[in-house]
Design a protein around this ligand. Structure first.
Ligand SMILES: *[C@@H]1O[C@H](CO)[C@@H](O)[C@H](O)[C@H]1NC(C)=O
Length: 489
């Protein structure tokens, strides 16, 4: 429900020209409410005026804007609102000296990649970069003009504004981002990156970018689809040690395979391991799709502290890897564990269950998508799973589990009072002609008996009603649930 203040703010900002004129005579206490109303309803003129006359040192999206699920607000803020705030920065440093920090981090990042009415993280990164460059050009022009008129020979850059933002960069936006970061060491707008996501960048390009980032602000580095290989990672990761607050490192699809290494590659692996060991406060590591068979011990034992989030999907783990993990200091600190795509049904099952027991007091999110778990494995894991009493999320998609297995799981939900989401597979008894044992491919591509599935889903729903757990979202949709990001746990 909106407060009376919020309702009034919506009305005031509807009449944009009037509102802009009235700003000067309004008490500054009203700015946050007006900003919220203008932003959420796309009142771009008011927004620009608000940013340009912002009476406080900091303007933070996270503090000012409602959480997406909050009642009474449009689902997602519009693209034009974000653009208006960014463009307003061009005038902000000249007109009003109050604003020092615009913090655009941590907002709109979840699930707005595809929606054309909101601004994607990629587009926002480009817009912020272009604005930094334009601000610099403006400032230079102003200086030249001053010089020609024989005013102050050097007009000092009037108190720069720090722009805290998350950046997503790929090859298309690489140059503009790089130039903006270069400029922002001395320009009127100073980019401060919190989370850096780099897609498909080469090793040297990634290093060049890292060199330009502020060492204190960076919290996460996510290098995806870069195909760097061990030699590329050895080039890049040593440049990360200067980021004193780096909590999260994600290296998905880096094309690393430590099975059967040459002597030279063996040296590279050790180099990589020691470079990761230099990251002093690392709490989250994602090595998705790196073949780490038998080497997890080597990789993780060099870390300076325990991890809280470990994502090892499709890493071809062996039972020794999970046995190591279960008795390592990481186990009892894990809030998030992703073992998707590792075959947990065979000799990994015992070590996996031991790991769950160790992690039971801390674990909030467990992803075991496509792990070849059948009813028998699920049932034997249930006691340990139920000891993880803080679990909020279980990912079980792509496992050959039957509707009977799912019902057994449902009946155990009472032990998991904090559970919010279960992504379950299509039950194996709802396929037409499934080969047995089914491969992951046949589970993903097999023909589903829709009628059977609908009736099983109705039964499951009834069971959920009976045990009064309608608070748990029980779904087969594997997309659109990125709210279990490590930093939001
Ligand atoms: C970079 O990302 C943007 C936005 O998603 C896309 O339009 C562009 O094609 C990408 N560039 C490359 C080289 O993949």
């Amino acid at each position: 429900m909106k407060s009376l203040l919020a309702l009034c703010a919506v009305q005031v900002t509807r009449y944009e020209t009037l509102a802009c004129r009235a700003l000067a005579s309004l008490p500054r206490e009203l700015y946050p409410a007006l900003f919220r109303a203008a932003f959420m309803n796309g009142r771009t003129l008011v927004l620009q005026a608000l940013v340009q006359t912002w009476p406080f040192p900091c303007l933070s999206f996270r503090q000012l804007l409602p959480q997406p699920q909050q009642m009474g607000w449009p689902e997602k803020p519009r693209k034009e609102s974000v653009q208006a705030v960014i463009l307003a920065l061009l005038a902000a440093p000249r007109r009003k000296p109050h604003l020092r920090v615009l913090d655009m981090t941590g907002f709109l990042d979840a699930s707005c990649g595809q929606d054309p009415t909101t601004m994607s993280m990629w587009a926002r990164s480009v817009a912020v970069a272009r604005t930094c460059l334009s601000a610099q050009t403006q400032a230079r022009a102003a200086q030249r003009l001053a010089k020609r008129r024989k005013l102050e020979p050097q007009v000092p850059v009037a108190s720069p504004v720090e722009v805290h933002t998350d950046l997503l960069v790929n090859r298309t936006s690489y140059s503009v981002l790089k130039e903006a970061l270069l400029t922002s060491t001395c320009g009127p707008l100073r980019l401060r990156c919190r989370d850096l996501w780099a897609e498909e960048l080469s090793g040297p390009s990634t290093v060049a970018l890292l060199e330009l980032l502020d060492p204190v602000c960076l919290r996460q580095i996510d290098l995806r689809f870069n195909n760097l290989g061990l030699s590329g990672l050895c080039m890049v990761v040593p440049h990360m040690a200067k980021f004193t607050h780096l909590l999260s490192l994600k290296l998905q699809y880096s094309n690393v395979d430590v099975r059967r290494l040459t002597t030279e590659a063996e040296g590279s692996f050790q180099h990589f391991v020691s470079a990761v060991g230099q990251l002093k406060c690392l709490k989250e590591l994602n090595m998705g799709s790196s073949r780490l068979s038998g080497r997890l011990h080597q990789l993780l034992s060099g870390l300076q502290g325990p991890l809280e989030s470990l994502e090892l999907p499709f890493c071809a783990l062996l039972s020794g890897d999970l046995s190591y993990l279960a008795q390592s200091p990481h186990a009892t600190h894990l809030k998030k564990l992703d073992l998707s795509g590792n075959k947990l049904s065979g000799d990994l099952l015992g070590p996996f269950q031991k790991l769950l027991r160790e992690a039971s007091a801390s674990l909030l999110c467990l992803d075991v998508t496509e792990c070849q778990l059948m009813d028998v494995h699920l049932v034997s894991t249930l006691p340990t799973l139920c000891s993880c009493t803080h679990l909020r999320y279980i990912g079980l998609y792509g496992n050959p589990i039957s509707s009977a297995g799912l019902k057994t799981l449902l009946q155990h939900l009472q032990a998991l009072p904090e559970l919010q989401l279960v992504v379950h597979p299509v039950p194996v008894d709802c396929y037409k002609d499934l080969p047995w044992p089914p491969s992951s491919a046949s589970l993903l591509e097999g023909t589903v008996d829709e009628e059977k599935l609908a009736s099983v889903q109705a039964e499951l729903q009834q069971l959920i009603d009976t045990i009064q757990r309608r608070d748990v979202l029980w779904t087969m949709d594997i997309y659109g649930h990125n709210s279990f990001d490590y930093f939001s746990l």
